[in-house]
Design a protein around this ligand. Structure first.
Ligand SMILES: [Zn+2]
Length: 73
């Protein structure tokens, strides 16, 4: 006999299909690379590779990495 006891909602582990949030473009992607605690989507990874000589892109990348890193400290 149930005496007003609420049933606990079933907790279910759901596989994340939305992907992770890219630290650079801040969009969720399923494919990409993980560096330390950061996730970089395939698109941005390609950009980094292609714009390897670009200080602007590199600075943005480093800045984003620092932002993310500080969140985990
Ligand atoms: Zn990205």
């Amino acid at each position: 006999m149930r005496s007003g006891v609420m049933e606990m909602p079933k907790t279910e582990k759901v596989k994340m299909r939305l992907g992770k949030q890219c630290v650079i473009c801040e969009k969720r992607r399923e494919e990409g690379i993980s560096i330390a605690f950061s996730f970089i989507c395939q698109t941005c990874e390609q950009e980094i590779v292609h714009l390897n000589d670009s200080d602007q892109m590199y600075n943005k990348y480093v800045k984003q990495m620092r932002t993310v890193s500080s969140q985990y400290v």
